[in-house]
Design a protein around this ligand. Structure first.
Ligand code: G3H
Ligand code: 13P
Ligand code: ZN
Length: 312
């Protein structure tokens, strides 16, 4: 199967009350870990690449690695998506360069500016058979080189979503209901909460329309502990409780973004390996357990959190 768009995936996910995992990829081992799990679990998959990933690994390397995964996993549908496209030019470069889906993140702009840039990307993307994710509302946390302070984040206003979707023609919409980017989503002692009332209201205003959740890592304590037990220092890293993600997946949320959990699994695994084998220096040795742990982590997400195992 060649790379696909998320159109059909989202339609089935919406109807079936589950979500597709959108995992960020930066190198070969991460791509292999994710796709091996999806292949074994027969799950549809979104592999997403950020501006930072393109800067780190190079657009062509990432596209070719994803194409290799498509050849290795002929029976599951895979989308190649641009995560947090910052402007029209970046989106165009990905559309021209083999991606099947792009996000234009105009969430930091005023509503009308967001509509304007999103509409421009949609027109170009649709003319090239590519789908587009837009965003309304601002998440807290760090993405690329931009850090949004807690006080500067804002929930999505449900009064705006219909107008935004109608004016732009986007295929899916990322909303802010209390998730945030990175490994520090809630303060210690704070009760993790998501605004399901906003999600419900968005769903009522946009029946049948696929909603996206960013900043949705659960910051798995096992890997935070592994990092801290092996020389790392990540006190108070807290994520979104997985039952909340499961609940969102059963509602209008069709795409759930996960990056930090992959980073924690890779970092924890490598730190543990070096701690146990201080004399080793072969990257194949220390990246092997990291890749294996990413695979098991993704399997857990597909089966227990997203509910998309067996849906390819
Ligand atoms: O939302 C951001 C993703 O976690 C990607 O992070 O921009 O550091 O690659 P990055
Ligand atoms: P996390 O930092 O929670 O993994 O979120 C990733 C994300 O939203 C990528 O766009
Ligand atoms: Zn994001």
């Amino acid at each position: 199967m060649a790379l696909v768009t998320s159109k059909e995936m989202f339609r089935k996910a919406y109807e079936g009350g589950y979500a597709i995992g959108a995992f960020n990829v930066n190198n070969m081992e991460i791509i292999q870990g994710i796709t091996e799990a999806a292949k074994e679990e027969n799950a549809p998959l979104i592999l997403q690449v950020s501006k930072g990933a393109r800067a780190y690994a190079n657009h062509t390397y990432l596209v070719k690695l994803v194409e290799a995964a498509v050849i290795e996993c002929p029976n599951i549908p895979i989308v190649l998506h641009l995560d947090h496209g910052p402007d029209f030019e970046t989106c165009k470069s990905c559309i021209d360069g083999g991606f099947t889906s792009v996000m234009i993140d105009g969430s930091s702009f005023a509503f009308n500016e967001n509509v304007e840039v999103t509409k421009k990307v949609v027109e170009y993307a649709h003319a090239h058979g590519v789908v587009v994710e837009g965003e309304l509302g601002t998440l807290a946390g760090v993405e690329d080189d931009v850090k949004v302070e807690d006080g500067m984040s804002s929930y999505t206003n449900p009064d705006q979503v219909q107008e935004f979707v109608e004016k732009t023609g986007v295929d899916s919409l990322a909303i802010a209901i209390g998730t945030s980017h990175g490994a520090y989503k809630f303060k210690p002692g704070q009760k993790p909460q998501l605004r399901f009332d906003i999600l419900q209201e968005v769903e009522r205003r946009l029946p049948g329309f696929p909603i996206v959740l960013h900043g949705a890592s659960s910051v798995i304590p096992e890997y935070v502990d592994m990092i801290n037990a092996n020389g790392g220092k990540m006190p108070d890293a807290i994520g979104i409780p997985e039952p909340m993600l499961r609940q969102a997946a059963s509602m209008a949320v069709c795409k759930i973004n996960i990056d930090s959990d992959l980073r924690l699994a890779m970092t924890g695994s490598v730190r543990k390996y070096f701690n146990e084998h201080p004399d080793h220096f072969d990257p194949r040795q220390y990246l092997k357990p990291a890749r294996a742990n990413i695979k098991e982590l993704v399997r857990h997400k597909l089966v227990d959190v997203l509910g998309c195992a067996g849906k390819a």
